[in-house]
Design a protein around this ligand. Structure first.
Ligand SMILES: [Zn+2]
Ligand SMILES: [Zn+2]
Length: 63
């Protein structure tokens, strides 16, 4: 995922999850670089994104 604050790209697993410092429990992933609280992407959003990516493949996406 990409940090919404500093733009740093990191794996969800590398981010700090459940930091214990967020009120009401931590349900976000903190950026390992700037500690910004990135909202967790629901599995459904990922699936939708994957579908869009598939449709986009003919545009020559650089990935
Ligand atoms: Zn937190
Ligand atoms: Zn960051």
């Amino acid at each position: 995922m990409i940090c919404g604050f500093c733009g740093y790209t990191f794996d969800e697993k590398d981010g700090k999850q459940g930091c214990g410092g967020c009120s009401g429990g931590c349900h976000s992933i903190h950026c390992p670089r700037c500690n910004y609280k990135n909202p967790l992407e629901p599995e459904l959003v990922k699936k939708i994104r994957r579908i869009f990516k598939k449709n986009d493949s003919d545009k020559g996406d650089a990935e």
